[in-house]
Design a protein around this ligand. Structure first.
Ligand SMILES: [Zn+2]
Length: 170
């Protein structure tokens, strides 16, 4: 987790800071396959979340649509899109740092926990987290990141928060 947080933190001093990074390692050996970052703004692609991009790059590298035998570490709990993609890829395990709720303090989220997406699928994937949550959350609270969230201009408040003062689904 420390490794992917440090890797992601490097973006905080660039003009396109992101708090979302992911890495894929061999489950058995822990050997690194690759790392990736969120590139929604860079690629003008709403699906370019760190986890989706990293799976995409990993499968290309392996020339296989399957990530069986691999584990992902992500700085944040995967959103439903990313978690679904991980399930389709058949990855063994996902370990995450900050939670969807943590991220939601700063940007919009879809409020379905990764464990729920996994439970409601026919696939098996171990969901582990939050792990080193405080460390991962420092990516969200860096001054440059806070400025960027404002520029993203997406209101940092979910409708669940603004409608009734608390999220309908915690
Ligand atoms: Zn996502």
């Amino acid at each position: 987790m420390t490794e992917i947080v440090q890797f992601t933190a490097r973006t905080l001093v660039t003009d396109k800071p992101v708090p979302f990074g992911a890495m894929i390692v061999e489950t058995k050996t822990g050997k690194l396959l690759l790392k990736g970052l969120n590139a929604v703004a860079k690629e003008n692609d709403p699906s370019s979340h760190a986890e989706v991009r990293t799976v995409r790059m990993a499968c290309k590298k392996l020339k296989s649509p399957s990530l069986r035998g691999y584990t992902m570490y992500s700085t944040c709990e995967p959103c439903p899109m990313c978690m679904a993609n991980l399930l389709w890829a058949g990855i063994d395990r996902i370990v995450y740092g900050a939670t969807i709720d943590d991220a939601n303090r700063h940007c919009r989220q879809i409020h379905i926990p990764a464990t729920e997406v996994a439970e409601r699928s026919d696939m098996t994937c171990e969901v582990v987290g939050p792990v080193e949550r405080d460390l991962a959350y420092t990516l969200f609270t860096h001054p440059n990141m806070l400025r960027a969230f404002k520029a993203w201009g997406n209101a940092s408040r979910s409708k669940h928060v603004s409608d009734n003062g608390k999220r309908a689904i915690a």
